[in-house]
Design a protein around this ligand. Structure first.
Ligand code: NAP
Length: 344
């Protein structure tokens, strides 16, 4: 005998059924700074679309920061913010940890603990990846979870995915590129507006392209970390940044820029890697004078570019915004899409 339900009871029953059948992917977000706040906004915006496409409700259920009392934008969810990492890492209902706190050892703890607890990890932390990538990938594999890190190199530009595909389907011979937006901004300002190095550095700081301590960028260490990750995907070799010959841009003067300009050249900060005939890897990061006709000469300001030369396809160029809140958040979100495709 069927039961007759009144309208409100039907509504309640339907709601219960929908709730029961809705799968939720619960996210613990570490960091609510430049990138973290962009990720929060993008995932909130895309939530309904992801639900329609994958049938999964992607929800940020906890956010860990250093200072929970810091004043933040009013629409950020104060009630789920904590300073206690274990609240997220020990929560068995959390499926994914997005690590965006930066730095080396605290962030490494977060990533390792998350992987060991069988949580998928998405990170933008090139410093950790440059030193620990093979070990962390093994740790993820052993625990049957994914480790994604598209945002660690070239921001929004999908360079790692391109390298993965080309490495399998073709043969990568060499790569070179502009992989640090801050130093490209400085060199562009010196070239286009005749600024001195110090003036260009100050301008980059005003525009928010530089950390309080710009040493990592201008010395080339940041580019060397990114090159390490690129090399792993292009050639399957792990090489730490201290084994990459690195020369910074600190010594470049307005006179150097003017002299090169007179000769029809532009100075660009280039990270490059190739295999020699014996299969030996040659990798370096250094300023180079390139002809004005070179494709990198028109890569300006905070933009990044990567040229990949393969045996069969020849040269190919990827170009786009290499840093900033939304370009980097876009790469994190594309990792989330890949996770949804692979796992659900
Ligand atoms: N900025 C970019 O354009 C860019 C591009 C590509 C990759 N990345 C990478 O993305 C990561 C994040 O960079 P960001 O620029 O967003 O940094 P950020 O603006 O300095 O933000 C860092 C965030 O992490 C939180 N935090 C720091 N230490 C913490 C700890 N021990 N425990 C919990 N929370 C902690 C901070 O909390 P409070 O808010 O309380 O201070 C802040 O919210 C880095 O690995 C960076 O290399 C950045």
């Amino acid at each position: 005998m069927s039961t007759i339900l009144f309208d409100t009871e039907v509504d309640n029953e339907l709601e219960m059924l929908i709730k029961k059948s809705t799968k939720t992917l619960r996210i613990g977000l570490f960091g609510l700074g430049v990138v973290g706040s962009g990720v929060w906004r993008m995932l909130e915006t895309k939530r309904d679309e992801f639900y329609d496409r994958f049938g999964i409700d992607v929800e940020i259920t906890g956010i860990c920061v250093r200072d929970p009392l810091k004043e933040r934008d009013a629409d950020l969810p104060q009630d789920i913010i904590t300073a206690d990492a274990n609240e997220l890492l020990c929560d068995d209902s959390i499926d994914v940890i997005i690590e965006l706190i930066g730095g080396r050892y605290e962030a490494l703890d977060v990533i390792e603990q998350a992987l060991r607890s069988r949580k998928h990890v998405i990170t933008a932390n090139k410093l950790i990846l440059a030193h620990e990538l093979p070990r962390l990938r093994k740790l993820a594999d052993r625990n049957g979870v994914n480790l994604f890190y598209s945002a660690s190199v070239c921001g929004s530009v999908p360079v790692l995915k391109a390298l993965d595909d080309l490495r399998i389907g073709d043969k990568i011979i060499s790569l070179q590129g502009i992989v640090n937006g801050s130093t490209n901004f400085i060199l562009t300002s010196m070239t286009n507006y005749g600024l001195t190095y110090e003036q260009a550095l100050a301008e980059a700081r005003i525009k928010g392209f530089l950390e309080a301590d710009p040493t990592l960028d201008v010395s080339g260490q940041d580019a060397a970390q990114k090159l390490s990750v690129l090399i792993y995907h292009a050639f399957g070799k792990h090489i730490t940044p201290n084994n990459i010959i690195t020369k910074g841009i600190e010594c470049i003067t307005a006179d150097d820029v003017a002299r090169d300009s007179k000769n029809g050249n532009v100075i660009k900060f280039i990270a490059s890697a190739s295999l020699d005939e014996s299969g030996e890897l040659i990798a370096n990061v250094q300023p180079k004078a390139l002809p004005r006709s070179h494709v990198f000469a028109t890569t300006s300001d905070e933009f990044n570019a990567l040229e990949i030369i393969t045996r069969y396809a020849g040269p190919q160029i990827l170009h786009g915004k290499g840093a900033g809140s939304f370009p980097t958040a876009s790469a994190v979100t594309s990792d989330m899409v890949e996770l949804l495709r692979e796992q659900y």
